[in-house]
Design a protein around this ligand. Structure first.
Ligand code: SF4
Ligand code: ZN
Ligand code: ZN
Length: 391
């Protein structure tokens, strides 16, 4: 149990923790509203809390556990500038950071990643895929802050409306409002206008519930982002994938035996499609929980509601598993990510030697197999899909 005196030393503008080790009680300031959250972290999986709140809890636990080792008592000031008041403990590096050093570190990580993998070039037209979540809006904010005033690069936000009732509307509104606040154009494309179906209909038409919502949604959304980006003449599609996303994708591909796809994780952009667009992920070297904290500190509004279908994917189990490992072994995700990048680099070199670009026989777009996954999924949803009892 930590004393109130010690707790006061970790108060921040955003987050106040009052706790024993087992029960955490938080007052969190979100979009100028104070929200009270009570969580039993020992039974986190059964908790009613959304993932968003769990991440905030992890952040504050980092700070609180720093307190438990008396580090804050001896480290009064930021370990970078030796001046500012500490607001964040970065477990994997051991640093205690003030607000400005924390914000600088996140923006610097993104800039270094962009330069390391040559993600952007002179006169690029960048389509930023924005969902209304913390990662994509932080990415948009960050790119606009760094490149928004440069006349050699243009930025447009592109948003996909999958048609998920009770979930997507909030994200669409947040994205639209935020874009108008920072003066970035926002283009929206609906699944229904592109594929003739919304997610609601996809779920009722799918041949088996064993095929997860995300396997349809993710495939269609990637194609929709390509289409809207092509329509505005973009040369780059930027997405807000973070280190945790990349690591989960690595393990999903490993566990499903899809070795070729591991090569796709390597962050160096590759041209594809008829317009030779490149996809970039400038946030891949940043932990998810740090992006939540960045968005909160910058006052970036974001959707806190989780998609109702997110638990259908193995991704959620992997996310919980990796976060549990990270709590006791800070930096384990960072090490695993670096290993995944090295493996994906050698796999990418192998597959690029042996593979020539193929076209889907149905839609004539780039595909690694004769029929692309979008056309396969549309076939599964169509009325003339193969009869399961008569094949
Ligand atoms: Fe789509 Fe799955 Fe993401 Fe929901 S969690 S928006 S269904 S990919
Ligand atoms: Zn500092
Ligand atoms: Zn196709």
């Amino acid at each position: 149990m930590y004393s109130c005196q010690k707790q006061r030393t970790i108060q921040t503008k955003w987050l106040i923790g009052v706790s024993s080790r087992a029960i955490y009680l938080f007052l969190i300031k979100i979009r100028k509203k104070t929200v009270l959250v009570l969580s039993d972290v020992q039974s986190e999986k059964q908790s009613y809390l959304s993932f968003y709140f769990r991440v905030v809890i992890d952040i504050s636990r980092n700070i609180i556990e720093g307190n438990s080792t008396n580090a804050l008592l001896t480290t009064k000031f930021c370990t970078r500038c030796n001046d500012g008041e500490i607001i964040y403990h970065r477990g994997y590096s051991g640093e205690y950071l003030c607000r400005s050093c924390f914000l600088f570190s996140i923006e610097d990580k993104a800039k270094r990643c962009i330069n390391k993998y040559s993600m952007l070039n002179y006169q690029d037209k960048v389509a930023v895929a924005v969902s209304g979540g913390k990662d994509s809006l932080s990415l948009l904010y960050l790119l606009n802050k760094i490149y928004g005033n440069r006349d050699y690069l243009t930025i447009t936000a592109v948003t996909i409306d999958e048609g998920i009732p009770g979930y997507r509307d909030e994200g669409l509104k947040i994205a639209k409002d935020f874009c108008s606040e920072i003066g970035v154009e926002n283009q929206v494309l609906k699944f229904s206008d592109t594929f003739g179906v919304e997610m609601e209909e996809v779920l009722s038409k799918r041949p088996s519930e064993k095929i997860s919502s995300c396997s349809f949604c993710g495939t269609f959304r990637r194609r929709a982002i390509d289409l809207v980006s092509e329509s505005i003449g973009a040369s780059i599609i930027a997405t807000g994938h973070n280190l945790d996303d990349q690591l989960q994708t690595f393990f999903i591909n490993l566990l499903s035996g899809d070795v070729d796809r591991i090569g796709w994780i390597y962050p160096e952009p590759v041209e594809y499609g008829k317009n030779n667009i490149k996809k970039i992920k400038p946030l891949v070297e940043i932990y998810e929980q740090e992006l939540v904290f960045y968005a909160l500190q910058r006052g970036i509004p974001f959707q806190s509601e989780e998609c109702p279908h997110s638990n259908e994917s193995i991704r959620t189990d992997l996310r919980n598993f990796l976060n549990t490992l990270e709590i006791d072994r800070p930096g384990i995700k960072y090490n695993a990510y670096n290993s995944a990048v090295k493996i994906s680099k050698s796999l990418k070199m192998d597959t690029s030697k042996s593979q020539t670009r193929r076209k889907c026989l149905v839609c004539n777009r780039d595909s690694s197999s004769p029929i692309c996954s979008v056309c396969k999924n549309l076939k599964l949803l169509s009325d003339d899909k193969p009869d399961k009892n008569n094949n």
